[in-house]
Design a protein around this ligand. Structure first.
Ligand code: PEP
Ligand code: MN
Length: 259
């Protein structure tokens, strides 16, 4: 099986970018910083699965147009979440890779439709773990994505709902070695959504790299205080740069480079 272009052995793919795409200027600032660091991907949401209908729902297709243009300008590959079966082909016409969010891990009709839509061109799919799903349930659900022939799937641990309230979600760091033991899929760790707060992000990111993750997801925003979603957990660009430098040291210690 080939996991190109999502993951090459010996590398950690950095999937950084804002929670939501908010404007061309906002995404440009983040993309410029990522490309200056030699990174290869940018993430950003255009269709946001928000808990409240009164929260910002995302820019929709206009956001995807911004993402496509920005990706082209900086030669960054683009990743965004898809939430609706009717929008899969439209989303794929703008971006390089699809994300399935935690709230849709068990939306099997969405998974089936994504499997069909990516059967021919094998576009990468990032498959997040449901916030209340066991690893068995997650590994069973991922088969919906591969069944039509797309091998380019990456799993993503993003924290679980537990009794703990000190963090937004409880990051299951043990999922990294368990996934390596139980499956061939590369494993990403999203450290922003479990942290819920900026100051916890660096420790979780370093732990994920040390634990053997194949990719990291980190939310970055030019002005987090003004962010339209997840304001408290997004790193500023200088904070991201500082963390990236620390992560390179941890990655080197485990024989990997961050791309
Ligand atoms: C996201 O990454 O934008 C997101 C909504 O994450 P999750 O599905 O893990 O909450
Ligand atoms: Mn977010």
């Amino acid at each position: 099986m080939s996991y190109v272009p999502y993951h090459k052995p010996g590398t950690i793919t950095m999937l950084a970018g804002p929670c939501s795409i908010e404007s061309a200027e906002q995404l440009d600032e983040v993309a410029a910083a990522l490309s200056e660091l030699g990174l290869t991907w940018i993430r950003g949401g255009a269709f946001k699965p928000r808990t409240s209908p009164y929260s910002f729902q995302g820019m929709g297709e206009e956001g995807l147009r911004i993402m496509a243009e920005t990706g082209r300008r900086y030669s960054l590959k683009t990743l965004t979440e898809v939430v609706d079966t009717a929008q899969i082909n439209m989303v794929l016409s703008h971006v390089d890779a699809l994300q399935i969010g935690t709230r849709n891990m068990a939306n099997f009709e969405l998974l089936k439709a994504i499997a069909v839509a990516t059967a021919k061109n094998h576009q990468p799919v990032l498959f997040k773990r449901g916030m209340a799903a066991t690893i068995d349930e997650w590994l069973s659900a991922v088969e919906y994505l591969t069944i039509e022939g797309n091998p380019n799937i990456m799993l993503c641990e993003r924290g679980l709902r537990t009794f703990e309230t000190a963090t937004r979600f409880t990051l299951d760091i043990a999922a990294v070695p368990v996934i390596h033991k139980r499956s061939l899929f590369p494993i990403c760790v999203d450290v922003s959504h479990p942290a819920g707060q900026v100051d916890l992000v660096p420790a979780l990111a370093k732990a994920a790299v040390a634990a053997g993750c194949d990719a990291l997801m980190i939310e970055v925003h030019p002005n987090p205080a003004q962010a339209k979603s997840d304001a408290s957990q997004q790193l500023t660009i200088p904070e991201f740069r500082a963390l990236f430098s620390e992560l390179q040291t941890v990655a080197a210690a485990v024989g990997k480079t961050i791309v």
